[in-house]
Design a protein around this ligand. Structure first.
Ligand code: ZN
Length: 172
């Protein structure tokens, strides 16, 4: 028994040696070549990340009504609910609408979209980005690419909130 195991082990070692043998030289020479091929200067500055913070409290207001970012930047937006009320009573979300979308009509349709984070079914295409709906003490993050230059509107689409909770999202 013992003898056959040893024989097997020896065979395996020979196999391993054979497999490894031809490789090392070629990988050594390949490495420096790849380093030279990747220059330090980045050609495309696209996708710079910009962090945006916005909060809303139990007073049903956003702390800012204007947000400005650069075209093409990667926007990381954090919504904070600074109040104490639960999401069912005083929910907040951040919804960025496409240009040309009627904010009032969108908000009216959102009333029936509780199960979809107050994003009306069938109107998802009118939204550039949105967070989930949160309650007091919670935060929500959404990341998206800033759209083309222009002025866009944002709102909280929780029923009744958009009259107070809305603003302009400006892309320069
Ligand atoms: Zn709200």
């Amino acid at each position: 028994m013992k003898k056959s195991i040893l024989t097997f082990a020896a065979t395996a070692m020979i196999f391993a040696a054979c497999n490894n043998d031809p490789k090392p030289e070629s990988t050594e020479t390949a490495a420096p070549a790849t380093e030279e091929a990747a220059p330090e200067a980045a050609a495309t500055p696209a996708g710079e990340t910009v962090e945006v913070a916005i909060s809303g409290g139990d007073d049903m207001k956003f702390d800012k009504t204007e947000i400005t970012v650069k075209e093409g930047s990667n926007v990381k937006l954090t919504l904070t609910h600074s109040g104490k009320a639960p999401a069912v009573a005083m929910g907040h979300n951040f919804v960025l609408l496409n240009q040309g979308v009627d904010l009032a009509a969108f908000a009216a349709a959102a009333i029936d979209a509780k199960d979809n984070d107050y994003i009306p079914k069938g109107k998802e295409g009118e939204v550039i980005a949105h967070t989930k709906t949160i309650g007091g003490g919670e935060t929500a993050v959404v990341e998206f690419t800033a759209p083309a230059k222009g002025t866009y509107e944002f709102l909280c689409s929780f029923p009744g909130h958009s009259a107070m909770m809305k603003g302009h999202f400006i892309v320069e």
